[in-house]
Design a protein around this ligand. Sequence first.
Ligand code: NAD
Length: 282
Amino acid sequence: MSALPIPTLELSNGYQIPQLGFGTYKISAEDCVDTVKYALDLGIRHIDTAQMYHNEAEVGRAIEESGIPREEIFLTTKLNNDKHLPEDARRSFAQSLEDLRTDYVDLFLIHWPLPTLYGGDFVQTWRTLLEFEQQGRARTVGVSNFQIPHLERLMKETGVMPAVNQVEIHPHFANNQLRSFHLEHNILTEAWSPLARGTIFGDEKVISAAKRLGKTPAQVVLRWGIERGDVLFPKSVTPDRIKENLDIFDFQLDEQTKADLDSLDKGEDGRTGSHPDTMALL
Ligand code: NAD
């Protein structure tokens, strides 16, 4: 199958990232190799995994077996919550590279800031990630689930802002204040759970927009994220849905649909995941 015209965005360090990728949270080791190979075969060139997902080895195998040159794929993984201390981070990063069968990742993220653990010292963790970037073993380093005060602290204490912050965003939780901060500081926004984990498809405004545009609810919701300029990586293990989630580059949202989807923002009540200020699971 031929590669789709998926747009790329530029990171603050000049690297390009495909705006649409493929998420692998909760894809079991059993399903992972075939599912990721299927996504790559359809033209996806951006895979998001994490030490926490326990499927890095399968993602690595899928990439290798796909036969696609490593440099054509944008690969992200994330530091686990119990690996923030520098020696643990170094060991686990080396293990990630080994499991992923590669000598570099395109993006390595601190998965959660954990401000109530490790004496709140996520700055030390950030410094360790900067080592990996200097070594060229992570082309880009960034963070995930960081709030504005966490980002400000990184800047103040290290002088280096992350290139990326991967945070929860979908129409029920638009996260606009954080996105504006990212824009001001040249931080790329990655939107996790762009489909609100499947909880948004019953919404009347989503259903009627889909009917009006001749698209599915998932496609309309993903298009909303793409047109806002965020990077998305929806997850599915169902072949038809993976295909459907890619087929979003031949239409645009009209003003009415944009306004309808913007109006679905529930603020903090719209979060489906943990709150970054209190998340403390190791
Ligand atoms: P998602 O919003 O992508 O929703 C996934 C669910 O939506 C699927 O399980 C499926 O039930 C449903 N779905 C997908 N496509 C569909 C379609 N076309 N029609 C109907 N239903 C469909 O949720 P997610 O997996 O939580 O998020 C995407 C990715 O973001 C993850 O896989 C992971 O890579 C990343 N993520 C990161 C963090 C973080 O803390 N950094 C947290 C959560 C997710």
